[in-house]
Design a protein around this ligand. Sequence first.
Ligand code: ZN
Length: 291
Amino acid sequence: MSIAHKALAALYPALRLYNQLLSITFSSMPPVRILIYHDIPPSQEENFSRQLRFLQQSWQFITPQQFNEYLSGSRTLKKRSLLLSFDDGYLSNLHIAKSILKPLGISALFFIVSDFMDLTSPIDARLYIKEHFFSGQKQIPVPLHCQNMNWSDLKYLLKQGHTIGAHTKSHARLSEVDEGELWEEIVASADRIEQQLGITVKHFAYTFGDLKSFNSQAFEVAYKRFDMVFTGLRGPNLPNVNPLALRRDAICPSNSHFQIGALLEGGADQLYRSSLKTYMSWAHPPRRFQS
Ligand SMILES: [Zn+2]
């Protein structure tokens, strides 16, 4: 754990108390925070399960459908809430949906890369992960367990009450592709998911999550296609949040409870203020939608 992470974790009890006092004193609206996980390695499954049980002590998990209703204004939330999301479409997500999410009664939002779902060989899957997901870290070996889900796995997740969202065709960095590719990555990819699964895809998470991986041109394409755009920028989602500028908190299954607690109490939000301000300049004016 780095010094910054240790310092953040140490702040958790104070941040928790501060937010409790704030909500009592000013009757502030409880926020929705959205968690992002990626692969859950077999060695981390127990930690991941413990993290969710720890979070259930001070937050309530809501379903993607309840979150849609919250955004459309048709549902108010009395407690502070969490929405669980997973990016990319790793096979480990299917395992934990069966062994951990189902017993805990948690429904999640899975953002999948459509080309990744087509792979049929474990070797191809690991090569794909190295080339498309580990951008800038290609020297890191891809662990053997890292594989892709396929279309029938996604049908299983849908039957279990989970929701599938779009996360591009090939996990391209959208700030670096031309207009034609933007359409392929954002629009055609979501249309393909709809055809393969017989669903409507309303949720989109752009790749890599940081501000420099997205831009106003890519935002415009996503804006015309989706009701909701999920960033990787940390922050609370209050009832007046713009559905095209949703904040999310990246979490690792190896993070300590105090680290996660501190992040969700807003301990690192300040670092994302400036990125969110720039993002909001693309996403203005806000748009409401029907859930
Ligand atoms: Zn991703």
